[in-house]
Ligand binder design. Structure first.
Ligand SMILES: [Zn+2]
Length: 98
């Protein structure tokens, strides 16, 4: 319950800061490091370098810790391609430019 309350507070903060500030938060960096440690290759092309974490959906924005299935490890090339596909849709969904 305590962790859930903390995450709720974090989500409130996440909604107030820019998307780039959110990506610089300790919360996001911790999730990112964890996923990059667990999944050491791009989900799409299997490349093992220049990896990052991609939001497949922003349905649980700020609550990703409980919905790791919303995230995907991709190389930068695949990440750019995926972002092109989803950028407009998710910008509208979370009310922020991504
Ligand atoms: Zn890739």
């Amino acid at each position: 319950m305590f962790i859930y309350t903390c995450v709720q507070e974090l989500q409130k903060i996440a909604r107030k800061v820019s998307y780039n500030e959110y990506l610089c938060s300790i919360y996001w960096k911790t999730i990112k490091r964890y996923l990059l440690y667990i999944h050491r290759q791009c989900y799409i092309c299997k490349k093992r370098s220049r990896l990052t974490v991609h939001h497949k959906t922003y349905n649980h924005f700020g609550y990703e810790i409980f919905h790791l299935e919303d995230l995907q490890v991709l190389c930068w090339f695949c990440h750019i391609n995926e972002r092109k596909k989803s950028k407009l849709y998710f910008s509208k969904k979370i009310g922020k430019e991504i």
